[in-house]
Design a protein around this ligand. Structure first.
Ligand code: ADP
Length: 262
């Protein structure tokens, strides 16, 4: 398959204050790929994801979505293409779970119109896919962390994006729901050709799911390539300062990490 660039980043840098938290990021994200962003706490993963979703603008370098500079794309048009599952979501007290998911339809609403029957159908289908339809009428604020997370993912799906950006989507989820979300991401990528960028601190999950991994260290690129290229015992020790054993996962053949206590 001929690869085509969805995102192109050239020399992207960002800082909140004096210190650069991202520097010299040169990266092409291909259409239809699953890219994992990994790295220790504070290495810039969330900031980079926010830049891809245009929640932050780079302070240096260039950022393109296909042939357009990301900063020139009107926000509503962007929202029809890119949806984000953030790490934290503000708790909105008076909304039900269904109302939260319906918010995913806002880029498609005309003027001040209410959501149509079609929007409701799409929102309900997204809720079914995430197994949260039974919470439809419950207040979002009263759901558990894992239930909230699945509702937020349903909202992102209701947005029907071409590109899905997720920041630690499996936090708060139990093993069953973690495996559900990772299978779903694989399915969306395979069947719907969705381009997926996922920040994860779970290196094993990232290894199984992602075609390529970007390893960040203190805002710089410390590795970019297939899981076998990036997840090496030496490379992980240099970035995370801990020892691991890496072997081949018995069923998938992808790298598997085991911590080695000091
Ligand atoms: P990661 O996702 O890898 O943990 P982040 O992108 O969240 O890293 O953070 C990178 C750096 O930027 C950290 O040093 C963090 O403290 C800093 N940072 C993140 N958000 C803000 C903010 N809103 N204001 C100031 N500094 C921030």
């Amino acid at each position: 398959m001929k690869s085509e660039a969805m995102y192109t980043l050239k020399g992207v840098g960002f800082r909140y204050g004096r210190e650069w938290v991202l520097k010299n990021i040169d990266l092409t994200i291909e259409r239809g790929e699953i890219l994992g962003i990994i790295g220790p706490n504070g290495s810039g993963k969330t900031s980079l994801l926010k830049i891809l979703g245009r929640h932050l603008n780079p302070l240096e370098g260039e950022l393109w979505l296909e042939s357009k500079r990301l900063s020139t794309i009107p926000l509503l048009a962007l929202a029809r293409r890119v949806s984000t599952v953030p790490q934290e979501h503000p708790v909105v007290f008076s909304y039900t779970a269904l109302e939260m998911v319906l918010m995913g339809r806002y880029p498609y609403l005309k003027g001040w119109a209410f959501e149509s029957a079609g929007d409701h159908r799409i929102a309900r289908a997204a809720m079914e896919r995430m197994g949260v339809e039974r919470f439809s009428d419950r207040l979002f604020a009263e759901l558990s962390g894992g239930e909230k997370q699945r509702v937020i993912i349903a909202r992102a799906l209701a947005q029907q994006p071409q590109i899905l950006l997720l920041d630690e989507p499996a936090t708060f989820l139990d093993l069953h729901h973690q495996s559900q979300i990772y299978s779903l991401l694989g399915e969306l990528n395979r069947d719907e050709k969705m381009t997926i960028v996922v920040v994860s601190h779970d290196l094993n999950m990232a290894s199984q799911l992602c075609r390529r991994l970007l390893l960040l260290k203190e805002g710089r690129m410390a590795g970019l390539g297939t899981p076998w290229e990036v997840l090496t015992e030496k490379g992980i020790e240099a970035v995370y300062h801990c020892r691991t054993l890496i072997d081949s996962h018995p069923t998938t053949g992808k790298p598997r990490l085991t911590m080695v206590p000091d």
